[in-house]
Design a protein around this ligand. Structure first.
Ligand code: OGA
Ligand code: NI
Length: 377
């Protein structure tokens, strides 16, 4: 999940004239969709406050080496009754977490139709009238249903991102808007399925660490774990090279699961370089996040990633963050530290406080876990 409170919406900003000039006029944060809808000239330049290129300083994307490709994990093997198959899958998963922190999950059992319906239902929500969406335009990050735009990045005042979002707390308590019809049901079912997938992945990861299957689940109180569902809409951008969907960040939970509407835009950092992540159709994109990094004492690093925009098609992604329960104090696992003979590199912090820290002090490009680091590995 990208962090931070959304800037407040100002209904008046929707009234601002588009000026008929070179740039779309957005003096205050406004949903990107409404910004575009209010413009009469589709080939126009983006407003200067959406131009993040000069200070975000995001490094260019590299071509992957021939030798290297994003790992693909077969969930079917991970849940296989055949111990040899399962053990191979655990090894593959362990390698993917150690070397990439990112993988594509195939044979995951989440129905293709459910994935499609989830994307479509969120698309319908984000394409409703502004009036309908503004009912959920809270600033507080603890609002269980929140529509917003951008994130409150602190790199510069009045700087916005090319992204609208809907964020829902879906576990341990489920929240969703009642409109549009069908959204709530489909989000609930999809979130339930991704939780089950994550639970199984955490079991495999625990085994790969040489622990018993329920090791991470138990320590993180996953049964009452916090699950945050986020739908991101990145409308086509007239000057994609100047704008950013979400700048470089790490997610706050244990594992994030992402799907998209067939339009690429996710980029990941691997060995200091940036790569475009092109998911296999119907795969789930999985990345390791901060709480797993902290719990494994830096063994499984939280992966840095970002979302870029394009001029041709609207992109929609659904990112579901799966974390410990909010009251769990997460620290490097004493059992793992003993096993590996390494002292703690992070200080303990309650997950809820960590999330607040991440929301209030986002520095693009720097993972929030750096704020609680006590030594380099
Ligand atoms: C996020 C995120 C990436 C994307 O929501 O945290 O990283 O491709 N999204 O939308
Ligand atoms: Ni993210």
């Amino acid at each position: 999940m990208a962090s931070a409170a959304a800037p407040a919406f100002h209904q008046s900003s929707l009234d601002s004239s588009s000026g008929g000039g070179a740039a779309l006029n957005a003096p205050k944060p406004v949903s990107v969709k409404e910004l575009l809808d209010s413009s009469t000239d589709s080939s126009t330049a983006i407003p200067t406050n959406y131009n993040t290129s000069s200070f975000l300083n995001e490094p260019a994307v590299s071509e992957p080496d021939d030798q290297e490709s994003i790992p693909v994990i077969d969930f079917g093997l991970l849940t296989s009754p055949d111990p040899n198959q399962r053990s191979q899958a655990v090894q593959d998963l362990t390698k993917a977490c150690e070397e990439w922190g990112f993988f594509l999950l195939v044979n995951h059992g989440v129905p293709e139709s459910l994935m499609k319906e989830t994307v479509e239902a969120c698309d319908r929500f984000l394409n409703q009238t502004m009036e309908e969406k503004l009912k959920f335009a809270g600033r507080d990050v603890w609002e269980p249903i929140r529509f917003g735009t951008s994130i409150d990045i602190k790199v510069a005042a009045n700087c916005f991102l090319w992204r609208d979002f809907l964020k829902l707390f879906v576990h341990p308590h489920f929240n969703a808007p009642t409109k549009p019809e069908g959204l709530s049901e489909v989000v609930q079912e999809y979130s339930k399925r991704t939780r089950q997938v994550v639970q199984e992945l955490l079991r495999g990861i625990s085994e790969g660490l040489g622990m018993e299957r329920g090791f991470i689940e138990k320590a993180m109180n996953f049964e009452s774990g916090f699950q945050l569902f986020a739908a991101n809409l990145y409308p086509p951008c007239p000057q994609p090279e100047l704008a950013m969907g979400i700048p470089a960040h790490a997610d706050h939970g244990l594992l994030t699961i992402l799907i998209q509407n067939g339009v690429d835009g996710l980029q990941i950092q691997h060995k200091g370089k940036w790569f475009s992540a092109k998911p296999i159709p119907n795969s789930l994109v999985v990345n390791t996040a901060d709480q797993l990094d902290i719990f494994t004492n830096g063994k499984y690093k939280s992966i840095m990633h970002r979302a870029v925009v394009n001029s041709k098609s609207a992109r929609m992604s659904i990112a579901v963050a799966h974390g410990p329960s909010l009251d769990t104090e997460v620290s490097p696992s004493p059992e793992l530290m003993e096993k590996e003979g390494r002292p703690a590199v992070f200080k303990p912090m309650k997950y809820k406080e960590y999330m607040e820290l991440q929301q209030t002090k986002p520095t693009p490009g720097v993972p929030c876990s750096e704020l609680i680091r006590i030594r380099t590995p």
